[in-house]
Design a protein around this ligand. Sequence first.
Ligand code: C2O
Ligand code: CU
Length: 494
Amino acid sequence: MAFDIRLSRRSLLLASGSAVAGLALRPGAAAASGDAVEKRLIAAPGQARILTQPSPQTGVWCYNGKTPGPEIRLRQGERLRLVVENQLPQHTTIHWHGLRVPNAMDGAPEVTQPPIQPGGSFTYEFAVPDTGTYWYHPHAHSAEQVGRGLYGAFIVEEPEPLPVDRDLVWVLGDWRLEPDASIAGDFHNPMEMSMSGRVGNTVTINGRVPGTFPTRSGERLRLRLINAAPARIFGLEFKGHRPIVVAYDGQPIEPHVPEGGRVVLGPAMRVDLVLDMAGEPGSTAPVIDTFYEGLSFKLVDLRYTDEPTLRAQPLNPPAKLPANTMPEPDIARAQRHSVTLTGGMMSGMSGGMGGMMGGSGMSGGMSGMMGGSGMGGGMGGMMGNGAMWAINGIAAQGHNMKPILTLARGKTYILAIDNQTAWYHPIHLHGHSFRVITRNGTTTQYQEWRDTVLIPPRERAEIAFVADNPGDWMFHCHILDHQEAGMMSVIRVM
Ligand code: C2O
Ligand code: CU
């Protein structure tokens, strides 16, 4: 609705060839904001129906009364002006994950802005340079704030949308609920922080435990998956279907079926899929999460209506989306830096979750308790003061810290990241997207652009990018317990 109004205002401006017409239409607003899209987000406690009835509602923290918060949807190049009001009991900020915004708009507390105190507000304003699937979330007390439901989708549309029958967003959430549906208050458990992070017991799509997903035989979907979970890694299998990846972290990639047909998303990562609904009318197919060994569960059933198939012939494979605007790294002239990840309990399991979570399956039953085999190992170097993880030997205490690297603006850098721990880490760089150029010394097939790279236990990855966005940028693990327990750093571009 608002979107249409905005478009017509813009077309009017274009038609009249003069901004004066716009001013006449909407005095104050247009004069103050230029052509910015205006929005307001109120972060506050609220109630959400996560579990289906007769379970009670859940007390959550949310934006504008909802979790996920309202979807923000712009067109490439548009400007957003967004006021955040903080009605939470603690300070907050918003980070626009993956969007290459100016440093002052990045939402890193104490680094790019003062935290927004309870009762306070802050205005973010920036243009969106790139198309794709992004998201927003707090960057203060984030393990708790994201764990209580503060996050939302941020979509930047292509000038020419990919031709599909439906363009859908699935924000994947992970909660730890008590039997009475309230959020368990056991944030910051040191044992978990030094292992997998706080993995929950209830997985949601767009804020609800999903039952079935209605679909029609023959339709083509664009499915934008966003992993908004504080710690859970997803590995989704669409049984009987062939999901085609067209973008990672908002950045277009050669359309391809992922390895083993399984779509893996670490925390903060996004995958855009083209999904051809090839099932028979009236049939059902499950989407299974098989990421953690021995802990697979059904996320949702794809339920076909009885309508006849939409098209008799299968469609051609999707075309590659047009590239975004990042400068191409000059690998031959790149300067190389090593980044070493250390810490945590040393006996993580290959599945990455120290053998935890007994109990009775998802949607309400899983106990989410730590226990079992991960424990015997001892820490990989204690750092004191609650710090359990480090980047290049430094365990962050809060956001404000000396940069681990200072990069020259406009130059290409390769960061060789070495995960010396027994745990997965989704490593995120603010303000830039990068190419993942090697894994464990081998050139990657797609040299994919990302803003978050998932590095398995004791593995390595090299990322390359042009440091073109000046400022102090957070570089950290997106398992939010790891981030808060030290696995965070600052990279300066100047
Ligand atoms: Cu999505 Cu620094 O984070
Ligand atoms: Cu981590």
